[in-house]
Design a protein around this ligand. Structure first.
Ligand code: IVH
Length: 690
């Protein structure tokens, strides 16, 4: 018995290491080497062992990230060394003046190298590792004492819960980095500092989801990140797309760590920490400045908001010897990008009607240039925001444009008021159709619920024809608007009965343009059922759910008859979305659209073999088969994969999940190898399908 328990414990340790490793490949390197399916298998095996042996669970188990219960308040933590700040340089001259000053203090500066890193606009966090285990994490606080936010930090999947100690550091092949030098000994106690933040893309997606759900949107990535990290309930933190990049060793005991900033970055990367890939080392300040300036131009290409670059003297002993001015070390400087915040006049407040009928206020501004772009509109988030900030029409307002984020209003400049500004009252009727607007319990948004509202129709048609949906080329916003204004399109089905004569009557349409549009509409009839379902714009049904629905029901008539219970048989489809689907199909206006689509021949159906009531074990994966398999014939293997929800395609591409390999394979084998596609045998295929 003892033996078996030992074996299981060994397996448990192995599983923890494996899952942590694959998390790192996925979240930090963005380069997974196993499929989601295989990952889930490992995780489930791990969870099963933990259910049977709860006393085995250790804090570095990947299941323990969001396990902590809500706290009443945050405890204080004294930092092992001061968490310093940085002096600013506004432009190249400032940076050169800094170097001249420090040169006078120490001759070694003459020959110094410099590391340039992004200055991420996030929050400084401090992470403590004892014997390789993440044991504590804190906010910066006042630089001496911060708040204990360990449970929240654990939910950030790019933070390693465990780092290698001593002999475990065999990272060469499996992780993408190598230690800069083998002379370093891993400390028993290591404290690192990094910047936690929400990437811009994730921030925009988060806001889009909130807006569609009628909830309050967040103002900007930085505040959202700060708010998320200071949640007492770690579950909440876990639901926000936080990540971090590390850049400093604050303190270490019982080991030997690099004394060059560049090597620190490489060292931390080798330990499994996420690192800014734009960081670079230079032999002189001018090159460092030139590089920094390229990022001033290119800052929109960064995945996060950066308010500048940090230029650091590479030799950390030299940097330390230079000392501080107040809380700012002399060995580094923040080279700030010109701010993308300006003030301008709020000429008026407009209201846009979204596809779901949500009313969103936006600012109509006196045009103003921000970082090379003329801004005339900015989001005002929601009506509560206008009231809370007491934003009045005619106010001078502070506007910010950051990265690819839509420009937003920060607030009014109250001191600049003349007294002529006018308080704003939200509309009681829809600005597009005039019908009274409604408010739902528990949501901040106001809605226009008129299904025939022309503004909603516009958004609806736009969505229907968009790339992720029916992908109708040549049908842009302007033309959709024209078609609706001319009364030719009253719902999406009308698109398919347009005639050339009708199009020729529209402004800007000549023979060729009309023919091209009709041709793309013709092609769209052949679009897959997935896309058609996604195009309908059912609340909560995106591309992935649309695919699941298509496979589960096979056509729109079957789907339209499905009950909420049946819909919930689909994995991952919860009661809210099920309700929303049933609701959509129950509306007579939508039924009419479906009838019209069918009559117009837009009625894709799935092949029988593709239809399944439930997700199969292979669903979501694509397979290519090459060579002769031991038992299954060509058709046999295809049928096997498809009946388990997978897809079989003819040629290998980056998107292929697996190559099933038999005797005497063709060139597909070479191609799959070169692309790093998972290669499996017939046996393994069967195991995969369970
Ligand atoms: S170095 C001695 N490096 O900027 C070390 N700071 O005004 C001093 N920050 O509070 C900090 N990215 O929160 C450093 N690559 C980076 C940074 C960075 C962002 C933040 C940090 C600090 C502030 C300095």
């Amino acid at each position: 018995m003892q033996n078996m328990a030992d074996k299981l414990l060994t397996r448990y340790e192995e599983l923890k290491a494996q899952v942590n490793f694959h998390n790192y490949r996925y979240h930090v390197l963005d380069a997974p080497i196993i499929s989601d399916l295989e990952y889930d298998r490992l995780l489930n095996e791990l969870k099963k062992i933990e259910t049977d042996h709860p006393n085995w669970i250790t804090p570095d188990s990947p299941t323990q990230r969001a396990g902590a219960r809500p706290a009443d308040r945050f405890e204080k933590i004294r930092h092992p060394a001061a968490i310093l700040s940085l002096a600013n340089a506004f432009g190249a001259d400032d940076a050169r003046a800094w170097l001249e000053r420090v040169k006078k203090l120490d001759d070694r500066v003459e020959k110094a190298k410099f590391v340039v890193e992004p200055k991420i606009d996030g929050l400084s966090v401090v992470l403590h590792y004892r014997d390789g285990m993440f044991v504590q994490g804190a906010t910066r606080g006042d630089g001496e004492v911060g708040e204990d936010i360990t449970s929240n930090l654990r939910t950030i999947r790019t933070i390693p819960l465990k780092i290698p100690v001593n002999s475990e550091l065999v990272i060469g092949n499996s992780r993408s980095a190598q230690l800069p030098s083998t002379n370093y000994q891993l400390p028993k106690y290591l404290v690192v500092r990094g910047e936690a933040f929400i990437p811009i893309k994730e921030f925009d997606e988060l806001n889009k989801k909130l807006e569609e759900a009628g909830e309050k949107t967040y103002l900007n990535p930085r505040n959202t990140a700060a708010g998320s990290l200071r949640q007492l309930d770690p579950q909440l933190t876990a639901s926000r797309p936080l990540t971090l990049l590390v850049y400093q060793i604050v303190h270490s005991e019982g080991g030997k760590v690099p004394t060059s900033q560049w090597e620190i970055l490489e060292y931390l990367k080798a330990l499994g920490f996420p690192m800014a890939d734009v960081a670079k080392r230079f032999n002189d300040l001018d090159s460092a400045i030139a590089y920094t300036e390229t990022w001033n131009e290119g800052r929109d290409k960064l995945a996060y908001e950066a308010d500048g670059m940090v230029i650091k003297i590479d030799d950390l002993n030299l940097a330390a010897d230079l000392g501080f001015v107040g809380k700012d070390p002399r060995g580094a400087i923040a080279f700030k990008f010109p701010a993308r915040e300006v003030t301008t006049t709020l000429n008026d407040i407009g209201v846009a009607v979204g596809r779901t009928g949500v009313l969103t206020p936006y600012a109509m501004l006196e045009p103003v240039e921000i970082g090379g772009v003329v801004v005339e509109r900015a989001t005002l988030h929601n009506f509560d925001f206008i009231a809370e900030k007491d934003i009045r029409v005619g106010d001078r307002v502070l506007v910010k444009r950051a990265g690819e984020v839509i420009p937003y209003i920060i607030g009014p400049v109250v001191d600049a008021r003349s007294g002529k500004e006018r308080k704003y009252k939200p509309p009681t009727t829809c600005p597009a159709c005039g019908q009274a607007v409604e408010h739902f319990e528990g949501e901040v948004a106001w809605y226009c619920v008129n299904a025939a509202c022309p503004a909603q129709l516009l958004r609806n048609v736009e969505h229907f024809v968009s790339r992720g949906a029916m992908d109708i080329v040549g049908l842009g916003y302007k033309i959709v608007e024209q078609l609706i204004e001319a009364g030719l399109v009253k719902d999406v089905a009308d698109l398919f009965t347009l005639t050339k004569d009708q199009l020729l009557e529209l402004e800007g349409f000549a023979d060729k343009k009309a023919e091209n549009l009709l041709k793309s509409l013709e092609q769209a009839r052949a679009q897959s059922l997935n896309r058609l379902i996604a195009a309908l714009g059912i609340h909560g049904v995106g591309e992935v759910t649309a695919g699941d629905l298509a496979r589960a029901f096979g056509d729109l008539s079957a789907l339209s008859k499905a009950s909420a219970e049946e819909l919930q048989l689909i994995e991952g489809l919860g009661p809210n979305i099920a309700e929303s689907i049933v609701d959509w199909f129950s509306q007579s206006a939508n039924q009419k659209v479906l009838k019209k689509l069918k009559a117009a021949g837009v009625w894709p159906e799935m092949q029988k073999s593709e239809v399944r009531m439930q997700n199969g074990a292979l669903s979501g994966f694509t397979f290519v088969v090459t060579g002769t398999l031991p038992t299954l014939s060509r058709d046999g293997v295809k049928e096997f994969i498809e009946s388990n929800g997978g897809k079989v395609i003819d040629s290998v591409s980056k998107k292929t999940s697996y190559l099933v390999l038999g005797e005497n394979p063709g060139s597909k084998f070479e191609k799959a190898k070169s692309l790093g596609i998972n290669i499996i045998s017939e046996d393994e295929l069967k195991k995969l399908a369970g």
